[in-house]
Design a protein around this ligand. Structure first.
Ligand SMILES: Nc1ncnc2c1ncn2[C@@H]1O[C@H](COP(=O)(O)OP(=O)(O)OP(=O)(O)O)[C@@H](O)[C@H]1O
Ligand SMILES: [Mg+2]
Ligand SMILES: [Zn+2]
Ligand SMILES: [Zn+2]
Length: 285
């Protein structure tokens, strides 16, 4: 069921929790308990997490990632390089995961920039999942827009900015998806992003970012319907943009919109099943 990872996610109330797979019950080392006796370097007996997937600490770290439910099964292994740019993005994502050392500071982070449906959320999610599953990294996924509303809620309940920033500061790897999205209150949004990026930077901990807005020099554009196209720098402001550049390697993720591709495949399949009576499908633009 688990494909050998030893854990699964269950979703309730839109929140994902990691649980041990039933197969860990037959683990010869821990019999499904998830903890094993080991000796430390001074020959003292200690308890350690088992590698079979039942380790309660690792399960709670996986739950703590707060991955979006739709992306729980997205792994780097399932990411396809449909374009050279996606190939580069995948390699860079893998390299980050391979090279990441929990606790070490000053590791360069990544900002994925690309139009909709090229797999940026897939990459962020898969990186966090793998960092935690393999290296027991403490990570956190946040969608910027939802984070903003959580923060607004926090403020209205009397939380100080120190208090809501603390959990974001503490995690080894923070991923913030959809930066630059928003609009109504740009000053507030930029201020929040600035605080998060600064606190992470000062703590020497990497922040992975994703955005639909192009970095300087990109050959593509992005605009929300009814608005003019803007660059990432325009969206987040010059100060944060320069900070991001200092902290992150810019990784463009350009390719076909996989949501649209999937939709078209489904439409073609359904159309074929219904036969010609239903008329012709509109051709892809
Ligand atoms: N290169 C890819 N390989 C495999 N699956 C992909 C790839 N690109 C996208 N997908 C799948 O297509 C869907 C949309 O991808 P995703 O949400 O990650 O795109 P995105 O770049 O984050 O889009 P947006 O900018 O709109 O947020 C997801 O189900 C994702 O798993
Ligand atoms: Mg996305
Ligand atoms: Zn299993
Ligand atoms: Zn075990």
């Amino acid at each position: 069921m688990c494909g050998g990872e030893g854990f699964l996610f269950t979703v309730s109330d839109g929140k994902a929790s990691a649980i041990a797979c039933a197969c860990t019950a037959s683990c010869p080392d821990c019999h499904g308990v998830g903890r094993v006796y080991a000796k430390d370097e001074r020959e003292y007996e200690i308890m350690r997490g088992c590698t079979c997937g039942a380790d309660p600490r690792r399960l709670s770290l996986l739950t703590g990632l707060r991955l979006p439910p739709k992306f729980l099964d997205r792994t780097l292994g399932l990411y396809r390089a449909y374009s050279p740019s996606q190939q580069r993005a995948l390699l860079r994502a893998k390299r980050f995961v391979d090279e990441f050392v929990p606790g070490a500071s000053g590791q360069r982070a990544l900002v994925f920039c690309g139009p909709p449906g090229t797999g940026k959320t897939h990459l962020l999610s898969a990186m966090l999942r793998e960092l935690t599953a393999v290296k027991a990294v403490r990570g956190r996924y946040e969608e910027f827009f939802l984070l903003l509303s959580d923060i607004r809620d926090g403020f209205s309940r009397g939380l100080s900015s120190r208090e809501w920033l603390e959990p974001l500061r503490q995690v080894d790897v923070l991923a913030i998806d959809e930066i630059g999205k928003g609009g109504k209150n740009r000053e507030f949004e930029q201020g929040i992003l600035d605080e998060i990026v600064s606190v992470r930077y000062n703590a020497g901990r990497p922040t992975l970012l994703a955005t639909n807005y192009p970095p300087a020099g990109a050959t593509w554009k992005f605009a929300v319907e009814g608005e003019v196209a803007e660059s990432l720098e325009q969206r987040v402001g010059a100060r944060i943009y320069s900070r991001i550049h200092e902290m992150c390697d810019v990784v463009e993720v350009v390719g076909h919109d996989q949501r649209k591709e999937l939709h078209d495949v489904r439409a073609a399949r359904d159309g074929a099943a219904d036969g010609p009576a239903r008329g012709t499908r509109p051709a892809r633009g």
